[in-house]
Design a protein around this ligand. Structure first.
Ligand code: UDX
Length: 440
């Protein structure tokens, strides 16, 4: 059984490690957070991701998956070592590589033979070469001559469907400078290789670029439809129909054409800014992406404007807020549009009654600065009692089929802001609400 170490047990590392174990490999997941590792050893999953709990437990039971804080033995015992630590944005938008490079140093310190060092984290173009240099420098200091290869293997999984995405990818990208390492990676992904998943085998820089270009393109696509939606509102067009018809064109495709309050999450905001930054560093400007970043910020504020324009002064108004995570099926609130929207609404004097099926814990600390303006409730109905308006920010499934009569009855006023276009205007208006969607 091939032995794999995955360093960094965050979203990507934990899912990748668990899924690789499920592919029959022997995986050691490493993290320097003791509590996290102790929890994982007991089967406590630090994130909410559907299906992950069972998959971790199953693979631990079969002893293909284990967790440790001991990076030394994990490195010593593995042939393939994935780096899956965070690359958070710095103040200027560029990716902070300190964790990736520290792990590279640790790997070099403990190397005891040939290793394939795989960059799984989304890293700026050129990072693979930096990792190579860091490892080489330390091996020189140690006066040892172990061989190693660096591979870039970006991950495209989405939160909320991470396991499905990892095990059914549209493509596997392997950026490598050595046939030996490429072959080992094909072996790691043998299950997918045999399934005829397309493998894109290329150099390290190209693999690094593929990830940024993919995420930036998707962010741009969402932003495009959001801006079209804003115009639709002005001209009396329906963006849902526009997107549906556009999507029928195979060259465009229907995915990621859903208008809303702006994209959020741990990837798109960070990666768009990082790509724009990388371009500038090289004397290039990717103006489409720079504009995308600005337009997305603007989209969140447009939602606030929409609410204010409809309701007038928000001073003393009560708003029922449904969904605050950046998207459904996750408890993640990183860069969630709700953070900006709720902060602005609080500034205008609104009181907000929030319900999110998974977002309360993180929401409480991320919205700590407006804690006097918010309160959390146990379901969508409780959150709307005596509310002047109901605002859907995240499209959790359970919000798609609400008892509108019950809501209307318990609310003080009848504003219905559907920032994810999950209701038909006619249906909501029939129940006596004033309906506001995005571009519909
Ligand atoms: C994304 C990429 O999809 C994934 O390939 C990459 O590895 C990491 O970043 P994720 O951030 O988990 O994944 O979520 P995703 O489903 O892509 O949604 C990102 C944001 O875009 C969310 O805020 C979502 O609400 C928004 N979005 C998405 C829209 O507003 N409209 C759409 O049509 C699609």
């Amino acid at each position: 059984m091939k032995k794999i170490a995955v360093i960094g047990s965050g979203y990507v590392g934990l899912v990748a490690g668990t899924c690789l174990a499920d592919f029959g490999l022997n995986v050691m997941c490493v993290d320097n957070n003791k509590d996290k590792i102790e929890g994982l050893k007991k089967g406590i999953i630090p994130i909410y991701e559907p299906g992950l709990d069972d998959l971790v437990k199953r693979n631990m039971y079969y002893k293909r998956l284990d967790f440790t804080t001991d990076i030394k033995s994990a490195v010593e015992e593995s042939e393939v070592i994935f780096i899956a630590v965070g690359t958070p944005p710095k103040d200027d938008g560029s990716a902070d590589l300190q964790y990736v490079l520290q792990v590279a140093k640790d790997i070099a310190m403990y190397m005891n033979g040939y290793k394939v060092i795989v960059d799984k984290s989304t890293v700026p173009i050129g990072t693979g070469q930096k990792v190579k240099k860091v490892v080489n420098d330390i091996l020189k200091e140690r006066e040892v001559d172990y061989k190693f290869d660096v591979v870039s293997n970006p991950e495209f999984l989405r939160e909320g469907s991470a396991i499905y995405d990892f095990t059914h990818p549209d493509r596997v990208v392997i950026g490598s400078e050595s046939e030996k390492a490429t072959k080992i990676m094909r072996d790691v992904y043998r299950v997918l290789y045999l399934n005829e998943t397309p493998f894109v085998e290329t150099n390290i820089e190209t693999a690094e670029m593929i990830k940024y270009a993919s995420n930036a393109f998707l962010a741009m696509k969402i932003t495009f439809i959001n801006e079209v939606a804003n115009l639709c509102e002005k001209v009396g067009a329906n963006v849902q129909h526009v997107a549906k018809a556009m999507g029928r064109d195979g060259r465009i495709s229907p995915k990621f054409l859903h208008a809303g309050p702006g994209y959020g999450g741990s990837c798109f905001p960070k990666d768009t800014k990082a790509l724009a930054n990388i371009a500038r560093e090289h004397g290039e400007v990717i103006s489409l992406i720079e504009t995308t970043v600005k337009a997305n910020e603007n989209q969140k504020l447009k939602m606030v404007e929409k609410i204010k324009n409809a309701m007038g002064s928000l001073e003393g108004k009560t708003l029922g807020i449904l969904g605050i995570t950046f998207k459904p099926k996750t408890d993640d609130m990183r860069e969630a549009p709700s953070l900006v929207i709720l902060t602005e609404l609080a500034k205008m004097g609104a009181k907000m009654k929030i319900f999110d099926p998974e977002g309360e814990k993180e929401g409480k600390w991320r919205l700590g600065h407006i804690k006097d303006s918010i309160e959390f409730y146990t379901d969508e109905y409780e959150a709307n009692i005596n509310a002047d308006a109901l605002i859907i920010i995240t499209e959790w499934h359970q919000f798609r089929n609400m008892d509108l009569d019950r809501l209307k009855e318990s609310m003080k006023d009848n504003y219905f802001f559907d920032l994810r276009n999950i209701y038909e205007r006619e249906l909501v208006e029939e129940k006596g609400f004033k309906y506001f969607g995005v571009g519909v």
